[in-house]
Design a protein around this ligand. Structure first.
Ligand code: MCF
Ligand code: FE
Length: 407
């Protein structure tokens, strides 16, 4: 057993409990959480790592949606309009993927760790990111992606997806968890969706899908119109969308640990269905700003839990969750900055863990001991401001603990 104490222990639990001069006793799981005084009394022989003044201990961050295979992009892809972005991805994909070597992805994962992320939901299109994820101490829910809308290709595409998933399953461990990604309602044939989801149900795998990310997608799915029509005609000789949004969502019944990414153009009915499915929404505020100039209306989500994802460097300039949290805080300027900061930290910890089907993201007995510590630059004047101050001031963390180990 180990123990660590900090000036403030930010639990991210349902009551946003913060313990001043708090301590956590842990093995691979959290054993006890209390004031340092109480912990010292109860465990007189346990060595406690006592952090300095103005220190924070909190759950490690969960980046629920990231594409590591696109890590080589900086200045290549087009932003501002989803259709332009899509065409630029098609044009440069091969080059970008080739440049995203194991070494580059490992470097990115190391920086992800230093910026406080202990768990990722990695969307993998080709499994080119698998080795780096396996080698990293970061917990990875590894979403093998299925994509392709052409009817005559479904058997080949499904076989390829199955072999990537089977290969990932060979490496399954407590911090590498194979899962399934459906790319989107516009790009995956309903047959493929159905078959992949049957695998998810049979093998109890988490599932994630992009959903209604842009106006272009909305126009195409609802009306078979807009710039996607040109795209599908040219590339795939296809004039109609393969499924309507509600038909697509209908396929996901009884899938556990389910999340939909973006949803900026989802209708009230779609959101109602997402809620009935028990799914979470991955909110990627920077990606939405860059690709479509849109923003998810959080008020419309009501009871649907949302998580925070950076998306890939294909649609972000950073993979740091603290950068992403700052962007989210600034973008949702209609929300109270102090209160919304509390919501955001919970979205980036507990909600992310729930969406991925894990037992993490909160400092509470029997949850996994995934924690980060860092120092705020000065004394915290008002404890009620702590979540906001954390989001505003944190760039790198000091300690990263995953499954009870300092990594
Ligand atoms: O989330 C962003 C934007 N929306 C959709 N897809 C991707 C994103 N970043 C990378 N992608 C990948 C996706 O996984 O792009 C590929 C897919 O494999 C081609 S489809 C644009
Ligand atoms: Fe994405």
């Amino acid at each position: 057993m180990k123990a660590i104490s900090a000036s403030y222990v930010v639990t991210c639990d349902e009551n946003n409990r913060i313990i001043k001069d708090g301590a956590v006793v842990f093995s691979d799981k959290i054993v006890e959480i209390n004031t340092l005084f109480e912990i010292k009394n109860k465990y007189p022989n346990l060595e406690i790592k006592e952090l300095e003044e103005n220190s924070i201990l909190m759950p490690g961050l969960v980046n629920s949606h990231i594409h590591l295979e696109f890590s080589a992009n900086t200045t290549t892809l087009k932003y501002g309009n989803f259709y332009s972005w899509l065409n630029s991805v098609i044009k440069h994909r091969e080059d970008l993927i080739n440049k995203a070597t194991n070494e580059l992805i490992s470097t990115k994962l190391n920086k992800i760790k230093k910026t406080g992320t202990t768990t990722i939901g990695a969307i993998s299109s080709y499994s080119f990111d698998m080795e780096a994820c396996i080698k990293s101490p970061i917990n990875t829910v590894f979403f093998c992606e299925v994509i392709g809308s052409k009817a005559d290709m479904v058997d080949t595409l499904f076989a390829d997806f199955r072999s990537r998933l089977n290969n990932a399953k060979k490496f399954a461990s407590k911090n590498f968890i194979p899962a399934i990604a459906i790319h989107s309602p516009y790009s995956v044939h309903p047959f493929l969706v159905r078959e992949a989801l049957n695998v998810a149900r049979d093998e109890n795998l988490a599932v994630s899908s992009h959903f209604l990310e842009s106006q272009e997608e909305f126009e195409w799915l609802h009306k078979d119109e807009g710039s996607f029509l040109e795209f599908f005609k040219n590339f795939l000789n296809q004039e109609k969308a393969t499924s309507k949004p509600m038909e697509f969502l209908g396929l996901f019944s009884k899938v556990k640990n389910l999340s939909f990414t973006h949803c900026v153009e989802a209708s009230d009915d779609d959101l109602e269905k997402i809620k009935d499915l028990g799914a979470s929404i991955n909110h990627c505020v920077t990606s939405n700003r860059l690709l479509n100039n849109t923003k998810l209306d959080l008020d419309k989500l009501k009871d649907i839990p949302f998580t925070i994802g950076t998306d890939g460097l294909s649609s972000n300039n950073s993979l740091s969750m603290f950068d992403e949290l700052r962007n989210a805080l600034m973008a949702h300027y209609d929300k109270n900055v102090v209160e919304f900061s509390k919501t955001l930290l919970k979205a980036a910890t507990f909600n992310g863990s729930r969406a991925l089907g894990l037992n993490k993201g909160v400092l509470k007995e029997s949850f996994d001991a995934d924690m980060i510590s860092f120092k705020l630059p000065n004394k915290i004047e008002d404890i009620n401001d702590i979540c906001m101050q954390i989001i505003l001031h944190t760039k790198f963390v000091d300690d990263v603990i995953i499954g009870g180990e300092y990594v």
